[in-house]
Design a protein around this ligand. Structure first.
Ligand code: PRX
Length: 634
């Protein structure tokens, strides 16, 4: 167990050095000593970044659920694995011990089998944050089916695209979902998606809101009918370490979403190891990550990372504002949460409410706070530290991506000091590097450059589902022999990294990755619209918000009407998270002579920084710039 627990600076230094100088030995020991394998590997790491080929623990056999559930069901059967806190605090919560979790997952796995799901099949999961979501994910892993969880805030069209891309054969959903005061009819969204899907699906339906739903004979099945007839044990399918475990879609700067593929062995080892150390999880701690399992944070740090460590992990169905803004603090006190992991956007929204909502909440149980998803500004960091952490909890600002599977840069409580607005140091085995545009390494202290990683870590995504070339082009072509993150970063003289934001056309809104191209494609389908350009601008709560510059085919009298239609179109094609905060109708977009939209200029205008627009005289249509500035939307 020696290298598994990193609890002193010396252990970090020694392990980091070993992981860089002798990575094969380091990971061989770590993986052998802390996990259950059915067969050992023939080679620890095999990689060629030029071809974007990476494999870890080659030829090894395992099942991740044996590691996440069975071994704890055997050793600590009565320990709480999952705590389900419902949307409405007046509804009873549900706790599942490790032995109960094993049964639930096995039952769900047997239901999937009874619906003909086999190893390698894709299963799409479109569910609210209810326990069955966890059971479904783990049941897929149990039988070797590849889960593709789609966040239940995505629209029917976005869902259909994801179903068709991975050609799933089954979709697991519920009648409805609760979010604060709202009830969303998920089944109706699924029905609409299936109407436009090319792929045939069966539907496994879970009752949550007891809404009336439309049922299609021989296609839709209620879980409660099927689960009554199945056994509560199910042998775990023996998987190859490099077999896909799941696909998770993330927005790209162009085209359709990318189905990032994560595999069983490396993903398990890395998410488990990072969870244990970055959150300094101890035996009886209660851990809470407020993300949704529809995002990578939920996959890695609500389910797989915590469960592989035998942790007690909370699943919260609701929102921070319901019934009021004290909900997070109430939950922390109710379960005596020790580690609390949330997003800067939530912190900013809560900070705006003032400190009245802390009344009667002690938050004394907290030991470690975490943030993820976007840069955290100094003010939000200080507020989090003072009012939530009471100035005595380290804050881990964890930088990572859907593609990286686990946290790559973060401080570690008691080991690597935190520093406001800095993610700080690379985790063990991670070799970040800053490059200039020509690909030269920026070695000097206080450099700003493009953040790349020069050596594989176990949970790096292996490919984009069905499109390896796109994987090569997106991540391995910008710089020779490097994984390019798409982020910019600053490195101070102590070697701490601060992430400065995306350097491509992805915008992070409330911690969600949004590509500008898919939003523009959605808008451009409107019959009155010629073209559009979406850029980000700073937003007090969301970090960034979206500003759309739109040109119309003809002058319209009712501009407000078209603005409403644009956002409806976006909601329909992508989901409400991609709606525009500001829309400006303009007679043209600034373009280069080759016809490329000059987003740099639009970004500055949207941020109200028009003093230094650079040389605009070479544009095809320089006059339009002044018109856009004059009509800037406050
Ligand atoms: O720009 C970085 C930002 O979120 C991007 C990854 O988004 P996604 O794949 O949706 O995964 C989010 C959850 C891991 C990154 O490229 N990002 C993530 N964490 C941080 C961050 N930016 C600054 N600081 C962070 N801690």
């Amino acid at each position: 167990m020696s290298s598994y627990q990193i609890d002193t600076p010396k252990k970090y230094d020694d392990s980091y050095k070993k992981s860089v100088n002798c990575p094969e030995t380091f990971w061989d020991e770590l993986a052998s000593q802390n996990f259950i394998w059915n067969k050992k590997w023939s080679k620890v790491i095999d990689w060629d970044f030029k071809k974007a080929k990476v494999s870890w623990f080659k030829d090894a056999k395992l099942n991740i659920t044996t590691n996440c559930i069975d071994r704890h069901a055997k050793n600590t059967p009565d320990k709480t694995a999952i705590i389900f806190e419902p949307n409405d605090p007046s509804e009873k919560n549900k706790l599942f011990t490790y032995s109960e979790l094993l049964k639930e997952v096995c039952k769900m796995a047997n239901v999937l089998k009874s619906m003909d799901v086999k190893k390698g099949d894709r299963v799409c999961i479109y569910l609210p944050m209810i326990p069955e979501l966890a059971f479904s994910v783990l049941a897929c892993a149990r039988i070797g089916a590849i889960h593709s969880v789609v966040f239940a805030g995505f629209s029917s069209q976005a869902l259909a695209t994801r179903i068709d891309d991975c050609k799933s054969s089954l979709i697991i959903t519920s009648d409805g979902s609760y979010r604060g005061k709202k009830i969303l009819n998920l089944k109706a969204i699924v029905d609409d998606a299936l109407d436009i899907c090319e792929t045939q699906q069966k539907v496994l339906l879970i009752k949550r809101t007891n809404e009336l739903v439309n049922l299609v004979d021989k296609r839709d099945f209620f879980l409660e009918d099927l689960i009554a007839n199945v056994d509560d044990s199910c042998e775990a399918e023996i998987m190859d370490a490099e077999d896909p475990l799941f696909i998770l879609y993330t927005s790209g700067s162009t085209g359709k979403p990318k189905g990032m593929v994560h595999t069983c062995g490396g993903y398990m080892v890395y998410t488990s190891y990072t969870f244990k150390n970055i959150f300094q999880y101890e035996e009886d701690d209660v851990y809470w990550c407020t993300a949704d399992i529809g995002w990578i944070t939920g996959h890695s740090y609500i389910l797989y990372g915590p469960l592989s460590n035998g942790a007690s992990t909370i699943m919260f169905e609701g929102v921070p504002s319901y019934p009021d803004f004290s909900r997070f603090w109430q939950i922390i006190d109710k379960y005596k949460v020790n580690q609390f992991y949330t997003a800067p956007t939530a912190i900013r929204a809560l900070a705006k409410q003032g400190i009245g909502f802390f009344k009667n909440c002690s938050l004394k149980s907290l030991k470690v706070l975490g943030t993820v998803g976007e840069p955290i500004n100094e003010e939000a960091w200080q507020w989090y530290n003072l009012h939530v952490g009471k100035d005595s909890c380290p804050i881990v600002d964890t930088w990572w991506q859907t593609e990286t599977g686990g946290i790559l840069i973060s401080s570690i409580p008691k080991v690597i000091p935190d520093k406001p607005t800095f993610a700080t140091k690379p985790f063990i085995g991670v070799q970040p590097i800053l490059l200039d545009d020509e690909g030269e390494e920026l070695n000097k202290p206080n450099s700003v450059g493009k953040l790349c990683i020069k050596y594989p870590w176990p949970s790096i995504a292996r490919t984009i589902w069905g499109n390896h070339q796109r994987y090569i082009d997106t991540y391995f072509s910008a710089f020779k022999n490097m994984y390019f993150t798409g982020d910019g970063a600053f490195k101070d003289k102590e070697g701490n990294f601060r992430i400065t934001g995306r350097v491509d056309d992805v915008i992070i809104v409330s911690g969600h990755n949004l590509g500008t191209a898919p939003i523009e494609d959605a808008i451009n389908e409107h019959e009155s619209i010629v073209e559009s350009a979406i850029v980000g601008f700073p937003h007090e709560i969301k970090g960034n918000a979206l500003y759309g510059f739109i040109t119309l085919k003809y002058n319209l009298e009712n501009i407000n009407h078209i603005k409403t239609e644009i956002n409806s179109l976006i909601s329909e094609k992508i989901g409400p998270i991609a709606k525009l905060d500001k829309i400006q109708i303009t007679t043209g977009l600034p373009k280069t002579r080759s016809g490329k939209i000059m987003r740099r200029i639009l970004r500055k205008i949207a941020s109200n920084q028009t003093e230094d627009l650079g040389d605009i005289s070479t544009l095809l249509n320089p006059d339009v710039v002044q018109e856009i500035i004059d009509n800037y939307q406050i």
